[in-house]
Design a protein around this ligand. Sequence first.
Ligand code: IVH
Length: 667
Amino acid sequence: MTRDAYLALCQQIVEHDRRYYVEAAPTIADVEYDRLMADVRAIEAEQPAWVVAWSPTRRVGHQPLEGFSKVVRPVPMLSLDNTYSEDDLRGFHDRVVKGLDGDQPTYSIEPKIDGFGIELTYGAGELVLAATRGDGTTGEDVSANVRTIRAIPQRLREDVDVVVRGEIYMTKAVFARLNAERVAAGEEPFKNPRNLAAGSIKLFDPREVTRRPLAAILYEVVDGERIAAGHLASLDAIRRLGIPTSTENQRAAGWDALAAAVAAWATRRDGLPYEVDGLVIKVDSYEQRAALGTTSKFPRWAIAYKFPARQVTTRVKELELNVGRTGAVTPVAILEPVEVSGTTVQRVSLHNWDQVARLGIGDRDRVLIEKAGEIIPQLLGVTERADSPRWVAPTACPSCDAALEREEDKVVLACPNRLGCPAQRLAAIDFFAARGLMNIDGLGERIVAQVVDAGLVADVADLFVLTVEQLEGLDRFGEQSARNLVASIAQARDQATFARLLAALGIPHVGGVVARPIAARHGSLSKLLATVDSTSSDQLIAQHTQIDGVGEVIARAVDRFVRDPHARVVMDKLIARGVDPEEPVTAPATGPLAGKTLVVTGTLSAPRGEVQARIEAAGGKVTGSVTKKTDYLVAGADTGKTKLDAAAKHGVPVIDEAGLAQLLAKP
Ligand code: IVH
């Protein structure tokens, strides 16, 4: 191995990053990429003197920072003036035409990404500085954090000097995933992707930043006239250098083309994978830009066109209590229907009872609602209190009237009545049918409610005796759709494994991961129940805690469920109706992780299921909780303290995604 070979390898990875992030057309599989990364790491460990600043391994994030040093710009970074209507925009155009002595400009029209502004300086093709906008003149050096963002190249395809400006953002999908995990953990969601992106870039610990998958789009080349005659051409040029630019930018010559393009954006806006709060309209020609100049605050050659607000106020009608599958009773505010960015919002979850207390909310209050893209609507606050009692946490289940119990963390109130509670039964059927569990195609929430209301189905076992004739009689069912549903239920039954069936039953704490060793231990539902009948609770719990990844809490939850009389009736019915699959026996594993037990937690850049599949393909086993038998804890973003503490207690090494990639890549 020579230094040149090492550099070539780094360059190869840089090129793969470009294909992935700039072209959105990767040419190698993730595992191959991971293997290349592992090679670079191995070489760098042996030859530390060879390491270059732009090495792909430098993205992992190093020491926490004390703070950010200041970056002072000789020429301030300006912001943009805003317009909110076509009339205002026409005003801008008229000013431009006047400033150009009657010449018609060509404009670029760009989505205004709602993220965090950044300026990147490349010297001889290498990223030397990433600075925030700050107050325009003084920004902060956030290079260490920005280097962790894989979409931003640390080395360009040519050794040029160039300064570019753009936006760091988080996609709506990643935002929704991070937030869903927070809500599931009983925490309050982040407000919007911009706050989360900005908060991430300002973290003092770059290692933490790596756990927040961020993306970037660059939209301005400083002194762009050095490389092209027009702005859009300069963006094409930096894109060829490997810098990600927007693929949505449009060119419009004159007013009519501009107005038409802007109008068309009203419906395009929500189709983008990231949040946009408007458009940016810029004169394309650098010569014309120079002729127009700037005011003290804004350039005269560009303007932001803001989309209509996504925040509106409406009146609260009442409080609805939503009973989930696990019995958790959560507060939902029912609203007077209101249009927010193209959709009608009429209910918004308040997540937990702490928030209800904090808001001090009651019937008929006027409230501020925000709905951004596909992001869950949120209630931001009460703007006007009505003369009505404030909402308080209920004491009885709205569905079955059982006395509610507070769970350990106090913010969750739950109905203890399990399958004896009609609302939980409905949610349980819905959960049972879900993708990844029993996989019953075509059985969504609406149809579940329909068959339950019609008295055809009282529990999950009843699904398996539904007939075409029964379904045909229901609203919106034709003969064909009835046949399809009956067929997909039969197919789900025939293709199920015991592990998926077990997970689909919705036993608290028993997800797809722990269900597998438990299923493997017993072989089938009927065998599990036979064991239940011949052992005491203590024996069964002791037996289950022997299983890797099954702790006391899980073992107790299983025992409680299998001995619950309502649940037992359903399980017996399932078996009687032919739903009793055998767990397939798996061959002893081979591969780099053979015999190793890993726990995967937190937010990763790939879906959890995919990461699990990769570990299993390498012969490893994935379990749900950290015990002394765990070999590694793979920790993603927002890893909970409980897991980290358990790892520390049992001396389990904690690794990140890069560390996992390294393990997977071992020959
Ligand atoms: S150009 C002088 N283009 O919007 C021109 N800005 O208030 C400076 N933004 O601070 C900005 N998308 O953070 C430009 N395609 C785009 C943009 C964009 C988002 C942000 C940027 C800027 C703010 C303008």
